[in-house]
Design a protein around this ligand. Sequence first.
Ligand SMILES: [Zn+2]
Length: 421
Amino acid sequence: MLSIKRWHVAAAIAVGALFIAAIESPKPISDEPIPQPLVAFDSAWNTGSYANYRKPPTHNRETHIVYVQPGQNLTSLLTNEGLSAQQVVLLALTAQPLIDLGRLQIGAPLEISFNDNDQPRVRLAKEYGEIIDAIYENGAWNVTKQTVPLRAETHEAAVTISSSLYEDAVAEDVPVTIINSAMMALSHFVDFQRQLQPGDIFEAQYARSEVVRDKALFSHLQNPLKLSYLRFTNGGEDYRMYRFDGTFYFEDGRVAQSFLLKTPLNGARLTSHYGNRYHPVLGYNRQHKGIDFSAPVGTPIMAAGRGTIKHASRKGSFGNAVIIEHAQGYETLYAHLDRFNEDIDVGDYVSQGDIIGYLGNTGLSAGRHLHYEVYRNGRTINPVDIKVPSDRRLSGVELARFKRYLAQLKSQASELAGLAP
Ligand SMILES: [Zn+2]
């Protein structure tokens, strides 16, 4: 994309003057000329060109890079480099549609240069791979946005877990962004707080993009990273996932997402496990047929999987409860809700992740929490143990495309198990 914005000299100077007055007052603006060295004065006078005399530049006119220092703003930075305050104000105004120069990141590099007529040019990064180029000429800035081509470099990592996936992968120099993406994708199947075992294997292939030129202008920005493949072995399972069109799939084209979410709400803490426990309200031991999550009242509760709403009203000690009927004989129950999603009715079809209600403290409950139960053929099971993958899969043309993509991925030399031909 190329966009250009020009300001006319007269208008710009008027606006610029106002701007300077506003930010510089009460300090008076001095119109007095800066005293010049006599030699320069005399030589200019003697050649009869005094009217055209300009102060010889004392600033660095070569192309060079300066970095935004703490406490520095655009004006202090650029006037330091030989631009006039007016030029800086005009630059900020002209560039405004493309970049907010009033919000420069500390450490951000700016490339500054001056041409033979001492007209400044400023270049800086907007996002990774995007440069804002500002050239001053005849009293106006010409500001454009340019795209720098990227070159992607493929990286592979194989990590044997000894303490935690995060720590062990960081120790192997896997970028944090990649670890987070991988953990997000794996969270459908692996409970990292409880199910990790020493000896589990994590593999990842990812691409790191880098600009083909002007690297110095992007030194403060993170290189774009893209996870293309990941593998995790855990508890006898071997998950191999391939990203295709932004979604992870297993090798056979099934969506690499679980049939039922392990955690049907975000930002929650598991506060009570499945199994025998002392009941806080009843005061005696009894089987806890679900798991409890603690989160603030009003936290949205999601359908753990797609299915049909079987119940959405008060249900005895469960308080406000929702029951969803899923495929393969599964049902999920969500209890003690503060309220329901008003759009939800019995018989409605819901997708995985749809909001069905909000966390609360209704029914026989000692405090705000979600009580979550999973049934298989009428009997409760431990939600933590569910490893049933989603039944959604690619088909037809999409599956054929995916297979071609996989074949290409596996044709490249790789040390990773899931990328071997
Ligand atoms: Zn409970």
